[in-house]
Design a protein around this ligand. Structure first.
Ligand code: 3UK
Length: 558
């Protein structure tokens, strides 16, 4: 499985006038190895990726095909999109004074102007820093200061928090609202020559959706944006020009960037951009726009199942699930309801997108899949040694993309001997499939046993009364930790002490009995991040508070 390893130095001449990103790159010895042995990953040294994603389609005669649809009535062809991008690029480099290498913050829900602005920044040689719409002034301030951002483009409806940030930041000088941006753009020329960037010029800063500590800023090159399309999408998702994409992840989350912008544009397909895309919004939009490919989180698929019968979802051909583990119960229920196999894939902001997954015909339900062609993966032990099949350990990967934190000591923790160590515990089976266990720090150690919270969650989700489940360790004087489950019951379920006992016996029948939740608390909802991840740390804090409390519900019978 091992291919030749190429350590790509910045080997081409940068187009950046502002060298901030290059100065922040990790030193060579802490960079991951990059693999480029597949012919489709052999990119030319000079490369502006927007030329590939947009202009190429116009030049090659596909300018009249649909690129972007949205509920505000937008129906842009590739020709329209190219003109929008070029007008904004002219505004950026003209009145707004952008020079190659400058960072530009974007703040907007997923909408057409956001995408045009995103690609305009890159086409102009800038570096995009997209931010989640729910972020507040303080979090925006951390991003602005870390990335030293002077210019922001902001949806007018989201101005308040960013204005507060500007009030206290020594970097942020100018915020241009989308209304003003569009006014300036309408007066600007509709053609703009792409800045002649190097394939290894940085064009994107992705802040991790990490839940603790200082935010980490990952840096990605022009070639990286193509590589995720030419590795994962081309070999696993396999979209065609007639596909239409839809989904929920914000474009500031690279899961959304790939699934809703880069993958469709790589093949000249179309995308539906939704500002609101909760499970309740997604199904009506699917019925309206008849997309073929959907990207969302495992919990969103689960939430949509009972509503499927009220909407025409039958245009869907492929459904991608990522962001957190896909429980087998959700996979089974979706397949039963739709006949479609959910395509699980693990990705990370550091890796830009998905690196382990499987095409439909090779899916093994419950497993994440195999390394995406172009990537290699292994499971390693505490000392970095390779572990054989069947043994749980730390996941390590390498491929055409990899981790580069901006000026961050934590680089050395993520990249070890050229391998990206994602922080996940995995088991590889004899056939080379990778089975997710937990985040390394989500393992519950109870009376000497290692118990993976997600495995207990998956077991609970198979019970007909359970809508959602979150499982963490709760401090316990005797066992160190006990397994504590927070359960959201389905709408018409009556919560009784008997249900607790019933769920406990159910789990004991599904998985090894010692893993059963000794305490179960019923809650109306679970805390989640904007990227759809369960906030286990919040549940852990809650469990720690509740430790020893009389819960009002009976303690488990042994
Ligand atoms: C977890 C998964 C089990 C895992 C992401 C697709 O999630 C993305 O990036 P983040 O930086 O988080 C990375 C971490 O999330 N995870 C993601 N997918 C799965 N765990 N099964 C999965 N299928 O802990 C990983 O280390 O927010 C996902 C594409 C782009 C992304 N940025």
């Amino acid at each position: 499985m091992t291919g030749s390893v190429v350590k790509l130095r910045p080997d081409t001449t940068s187009a950046h006038v502002d060298s901030f990103a290059a100065r922040g790159l990790p030193p060579a010895e802490f960079q991951p190895a990059f693999l480029f042995d597949r012919p489709e990953l052999a990119y030319p040294e000079r490369l502006n990726c927007v030329t590939e994603f947009v202009d190429r389609h116009v030049v090659e005669g596909r300018g009249a095909r649909t690129a972007i649809l949205s509920p505000d009535g937008t129906n842009w062809t590739y020709q329209d999109l190219a003109a929008e991008i070029d007008r904004i690029a002219n505004v950026l480099t003209g009145p707004l004074g952008l020079v190659p290498g400058n960072r530009v913050l974007l703040r907007a829900p997923n909408n057409p102007t956001m995408v045009a602005a995103y690609l305009a920044v890159i086409k102009a040689g800038g570096i995009v820093v997209a931010t989640m719409p729910l972020l507040r002034a303080k979090e925006l301030g951390q991003i602005v200061d870390k990335a030293e951002i002077a210019l922001a483009l902001c949806d007018d409806r989201l101005m308040d928090e960013l204005t507060k940030t500007a009030g206290t930041s020594r970097f942020l000088k100018r915020i241009v609202g989308f209304t003003e941006l569009k006014a300036l753009a309408s007066a600007a020329p509709a053609t703009f020559a792409a800045v002649d960037t190097a394939r290894d010029d940085v064009c994107l800063f992705g802040f991790t959706s990490g839940t603790t500590g200082e935010p980490k800023c990952t840096m990605h090159f022009h070639r990286d944006l193509l590589a995720i399309c030419d590795a994962y999408a081309r070999n696993v998702l396999r979209p065609a020009p007639d596909d239409r994409f839809i989904g929920s992840p914000p474009l500031a989350f690279t899961f959304g960037l790939g699934g809703l912008v880069l993958f469709p544009f790589r093949v000249g397909a179309s995308t539906v951009l939704l500002e609101k895309a909760s499970p309740g919004d997604l199904l009506p939009a699917i019925a309206t726009y008849k997309p073929t490919i959907c990207f969302t989180a495992p919990t969103a698929y689960r939430a949509m199942i009972p509503q499927l019968r009220d909407h025409d979802w039958r245009s869907l051909k492929k459904c991608v699930s990522a962001g957190e583990a896909l429980p087998k119960a959700t996979f089974d229920a979706w397949e039963e309801a739709t006949g479609l196999k959910l395509m699980d894939g693990i990705g990370a902001t550091e890796m830009l997108h998905i690196f382990i997954s499987a095409p439909e015909e090779a899916i093994r339900p419950g497993a994440t899949g195999k390394p995406v062609p172009g990537y290699e993966a292994k499971v390693i032990g505490a000392d970095g040694e390779d572990l054989p099949p069947g043994k749980p350990g730390r996941l390590a990967v390498r491929g055409p993309t990899g981790c580069r934190y901006l000026a961050d000591e934590r680089q050395r923790r993520y990249v070890v001997d050229g391998w990206n160590v994602t922080g996940d515990t995995y088991v590889r089976d004899e056939d080379g499939y990778f089975w997710y266990q937990a985040r390394n720090d989500d393992m519950i150690v109870s009376a000497g046993y290692n118990i993976a919270g997600p495995e207990v969650e998956a077991a609970l989700l198979a019970h007909p009364t359970v809508a959602e489940a979150g499982v963490v360790g709760q401090p316990d004087p005797e066992r160190g930790m006990i397994v504590k489950a927070y359960v959201v019951p389905k709408p018409d379920v009556t919560v009784t002490p008997a249900l607790v006992v019933e769920l406990q016996s159910f789990v004991k029948n599904e998985i090894a009995p010692y893993k059963y939740p000794r305490e179960i608390a019923f809650v109306p909802s679970l805390p989640r991040t904007e990227t759809g991840k369960l906030q286990r740390f919040a549940l852990r804090e809650r469990a720690a508070r509740e430790a020893g409390e009389v819960s009002g519900l009976p303690k488990a019978a042994e």
